[in-house]
Design a protein around this ligand. Sequence first.
Ligand SMILES: Cc1ncc(C[n+]2csc(CCOP(=O)(O)OP(=O)(O)O)c2C)c(N)n1
Length: 407
Amino acid sequence: MDLVNKDLFEHKFTNDMEFRSSFDKIKCFRVLDEEGNVINKKYENSVPEETLQKMFRTMVMINEADVVYNQAQRQSRISFYMTQLGEEAAGVGSAAAIKDQDLIFPQYREAGAFLWRGFSIQQMAHQLTGNEFDHGKGRQMPVHYGSKDLNIVTVSSPLCTQVPQASGAGYQYRIKGQDRIAVTYFGEGAASEGDFHSALNFAATLRAQTLFFCRNNMYAISTPIDDQYAGDGIVVRGVAYGMPSIRVDGNDILAIYNACKQAREIIIAEKRPVLVEAISYRVGDHSTSDFSQRYRDDKEMQKWKELLTKIKSPIDRFEQYLTKRGLVTPADTKRYRDEARSAVRDALKVGIEAKKPPIDDLFSDVYDFMPKNLVEQQGELKAHLRKYGKEYELGGFKGGEKYTNSA
Ligand SMILES: Cc1ncc(C[n+]2csc(CCOP(=O)(O)OP(=O)(O)O)c2C)c(N)n1
């Protein structure tokens, strides 16, 4: 394998004392314009028709799910939610471009990637309601999905922890010579964590088969990009660490798809990581615990007006493209939306009506063998519930009746 930095010993010398703080701004790769016209003919027929259809339906599905689940939180039917409004292309387009064996390390706004891989709307509802069918047994906050079967690591709240993990996984795939990559998603806010820099340097020097996918949506909760960094975004950091890096229009699903497909080929052929920075905009609040009008007031929004007119909704742009190709009609879109909304509402109802996980399981899975102190606490809880079970609403928990009936 070539040394990455062999030309470090071949400096050219200069008489000019020049401090450099910038290079030319890195351009943003696009396939579609705002009206869904193909501006890059090379990629005109780059995606099979059934993949295009599936991409569109998945984007519509996640968009409908976002609306219904966000409202469900407002109705106190679930405790928390995070939408991907305006960023539907990122998760779907990137997941479509990689292979099923590739291991995904998501942040928390990657529901599009989950759906693309086959995580069902019902499974999503089970997780959001924390019921007995939730893989996480109701122990995680809503939207912290995960699926071993689908090769997606569970979302974790502490920012950026997934990024060094993906460097490690990608390193393992390289040393084992596997046709497999690790893909990690993160926001431009998460990229301010120290872990991000260690992860990139580790991956670049050790040639990890890792794709770093940054969703730059201009805000990290209330922190706009102006306060987040003073350089040319995140893409230049990939270049600085010595990996092929590209900035793409995050509202153009064909740009994302083609860039990630090419990125995967580079990773496997050259055995080195790649960074993709997708530029988009977080249309919704950060989460249901946020009220973005407090910081995105009229004055602040003036700043974004021009950009938002330029980038447009990724779903609308893609729909216009598909319409021009005769692959979608307005009637199709309406049907897809109606079907998606019903499916999401039905799934939520099933999720809410299902029992919560058994109380007896509360202490399991933390350790391989339950330590003495937890055994004691479990015993105390059981004894308490046997005595006072009727005072609690235990009927909603699987097997909870045994306590309410016993007193
Ligand atoms: C280590 C750590 N610090 C702070 C937080 C609180 N926090 C949660 S999300 C978030 C913003 C992250 O923004 P970004 O990475 O850009 O992703 P986005 O929400 O915009 O998709 C912050 C600060 C956290 N979860 N973990």
